[in-house]
Write a protein that binds this ligand. Structure first.
Ligand SMILES: Cc1ncc(COP(=O)(O)O)c(C=O)c1O
Length: 376
């Protein structure tokens, strides 16, 4: 009854965990949720025009602002090559649709964003690891290279300038299409080179995408992409076939927010807010799991990446943790191949100080119980 593709369709573990996080008393370190306290309130009015169908590429006023921001980042994308997305997750789907046939090789980091792996797998991709060959290159040729260079999900790592240069050079030399996913770039707590890999491309094919979910409001489902000339129009057609266009009301709300005089201050305040949350979380981690795991405090983004001293598959701990009202993301889920065992991704943006402390104490108890149990 179903297409062959459905054989590779797996439910996202994040979505399943998100379905329990509203349970009373639950502390979630699982999703990449912004803090509810910093979500905006909207007081605008809805004009009728916004309720009408609109262009697939997106509304021009928002595309123009995005293009201007991209120009500052050194990305060569006039507004004619900006496409507004219904969340940047849609950009992953459209890109996979265009480039991935069953058996197509996609180069990715290990670990990398699991919902990207989920989409690529759905279309039948096989993976090669970036960094497995010489000079941080993959050991195999790939049609597409998917990267989150700035405050990666799940590790929080910011790719070095050298690796960014090398990756751009490798894409240009081999003809691999660079697909740079950049939703965390504005959540920056310590300086690091965030100049997009895309800005280092001289020719070649590329897609660069960003999101308004992490800096503004994920429920509006709005992101954007820009692409090289040879690719852009195909993405527009793929979007036409998918949802015609993104919500015009969301586009209006985001446009008004990011062009308001307070936007730059909002971004700075947000970074201050999350930097403080990161530091509080780091201190609580040291208190509760300092003897059980190692980690580096991320210089941006929303996640801590824990490497447990004991090689326990953290997927086996999740049900117990959820029973005790704490949710986390097993790190093993983020691997394109056989995973390194004993890793966890913890989101620090959503839980406040007391919840973070209590939740990490519980998580530490789950880990200690697992290491005492004979099955571990
Ligand atoms: C690396 C990465 N890409 C894309 C997304 C999807 O974001 P959205 O669809 O909300 O723009 C996320 C969400 O967590 C992410 O971490």
């Amino acid at each position: 009854m179903f297409s062959q593709r459905v054989e590779n369709l797996r439910p996202s573990p994040i979505r399943s965990i998100l379905s329990v996080i509203d349970r009373p008393g639950m502390v979630s370190f699982a999703g990449g949720l912004p803090a509810t306290d910093v979500l905006p309130a909207w007081s605008g009015t809805i004009s009728r025009e916004l309720l009408q169908y609109g262009p697939s590429e997106g509304d021009d006023d928002l595309r123009a602002v995005v293009a201007e921001n991209l120009r500052h980042l050194g990305v060569d994308a006039p507004m004619e090559r900006v496409l507004i997305l219904s969340g940047s997750q849609q950009g992953i789907d459209l890109t996979a649709k265009l480039f991935v046939d069953p058996g197509t090789t996609v180069a990715v980091d290990d670990p990398t964003y699991l919902a990207a792996l989920q989409v690529f797998r759905f279309y039948g991709a096989r993976f090669t690891r970036l960094g497995s060959g010489p000079r941080s290159e993959p050991s195999e040729q790939a049609r597409l290279a998917y990267v989150v260079p700035t405050f990666a999900n799940p590790t929080g790592v910011c790719m070095t300038s050298r690796d960014r240069d090398d990756l751009a050079a490798w894409c240009m030399r081999t003809g691999a299409v660079l697909f740079e996913d950049d939703p965390y770039r504005d959540l920056v707590y310590e300086p690091c080179d965030r100049a997009p890999v895309t800005a280092r491309m001289r020719g070649g094919s590329w897609i660069y995408q960003g999101s308004f979910s992490k800096t503004f409001a994920p429920g509006l489902r709005l992101g954007f992409l820009a692409a090289s000339e040879d690719v852009f129009q195909h993405l527009v057609v793929a979007k036409q076939a998918t949802d015609l266009h993104s919500s015009r009301l969301s586009q209006r709300i985001v446009h008004d927010a990011i062009t308001a005089p307070g936007w730059v201050t909002r971004l700075a305040d947000l970074a201050d807010f999350y930097r403080a949350r990161r530091d509080t979380f780091d201190a609580a981690l040291r208190r509760h799991v300092g003897d059980l795991a190692s980690w580096e405090a991320p210089s941006g983004g929303l996640f801590f990446w824990l490497r447990l001293h004991e090689a326990v598959d953290t997927r086996t701990l999740l049900a117990d943790a959820i029973d005790r009202n704490v949710a986390f993301m097993p790190g093993e889920e983020f691997s394109p191949g056989p995973p390194a065992i004993g890793t966890m991704r913890l989101n620090f943006s959503h839980a406040g100080r007391d919840d973070a402390d209590g939740g990490l104490a519980t998580l530490a108890a789950v880990l200690r119980d697992a290491s005492r149990s004979p099955a571990a």
